[in-house]
Write a new protein. Structure first.
Ligand code: UDP
Length: 238
């Protein structure tokens, strides 16, 4: 058993996670909460054991990605709710990959939810709560210095690779990967995948029934929220 670095001060508290520094400046401890928010925190609640499920599911996905050659901030899971991660300088751009039309894309472009896209679409959003995370062009990210052109190219390539790896893995488990959001950061000059990958940040539909097994059950008051998170974990643990 490797020794776990000591948890020092909490330096960041987000909607779903708290981050703690450690004596090693290159390592942080992420603590996964049960708090759930939607619509930029205008809707709030809790999802029982969400933190435990998201921590474990992120571990499984990050391990799968690392095995497939995608570098991530994941070091190891410490316990039910804590994960040891590399400390990234986060790029303030959220990258969304879509395989089917859903959510804001359906709304913005007047398309039916569930429409299959002929090829994956990569979108960028500026990570800024005061502005409600607006959709941006890569050119905006470059113009305002949020990422360099080279970093965006890397982010695009990695996001599409993640889509292939997770899409295939989930397909084998009867799940459609509709869309998902990724965050990237810099670590000693390299771009690594950060944040978490879980039902909060992805849309997962059952392939046979198209039942939603993700945070849309909370956002849209569909019920069976906890059950959906548990069911997703069961499927990916198989
Ligand atoms: N997403 C996320 N955080 C955000 C916004 C979106 O994790 O702040 C995820 C969301 O769960 C979905 C994908 O990104 O899997 C695309 O979300 P969309 O733009 O459709 O926005 P939404 O309808 O969720 O507001």
């Amino acid at each position: 058993m490797e020794t776990t670095p000591e948890k020092l001060e909490m330096f960041y508290e987000g909607k779903a996670k708290k981050l703690y520094s450690t004596p090693d400046p290159d390592l942080v401890i992420a603590y996964f909460k049960d708090d759930a928010t939607a619509f930029n925190a205008k809707k709030r609640g809790t999802i029982e054991d969400k933190g435990v499920i998201n921590n474990r599911m992120s571990e499984l996905f990050f391990t799968l990605l690392e095995r497939s050659g995608v570098k991530t901030h994941f070091v190891r899971r410490i316990n039910d709710r804590e994960m040891l991660c590399k400390r990234l300088q986060i790029v303030p751009v959220e990258t969304v990959v879509r395989n089917l039309v859903a959510g804001s894309m359906a709304k913005r472009l007047g398309r039916e939810e569930g429409e299959q896209l002929p090829r994956p679409v990569v979108e960028y959003y500026y990570k800024n709560d005061a502005l409600d995370d607006p959709l941006i062009l890569g050119e905006h990210a470059i113009a305002f210095g949020w990422a360099t052109a080279e970093e965006l190219k890397t982010i695009d390539r990695l996001a599409l690779r993640v889509n292939e790896i997770l899409g295939l893995f989930l397909d084998e488990r009867g799940i459609l990967l509709v869309d998902f959001k990724l965050e990237f950061g810099r670590y000693h000059g390299e771009i690594l995948l950060g944040d978490e990958i879980c039902p909060d940040t992805c849309r997962f539909w059952d392939k046979a029934t198209r039942k939603k097994l993700d945070k849309d059950r909370f956002r849209r008051d569909l019920g069976d929220v906890e059950e959906a998170y548990q069911e997703m974990l069961r499927r990916v643990e198989k």
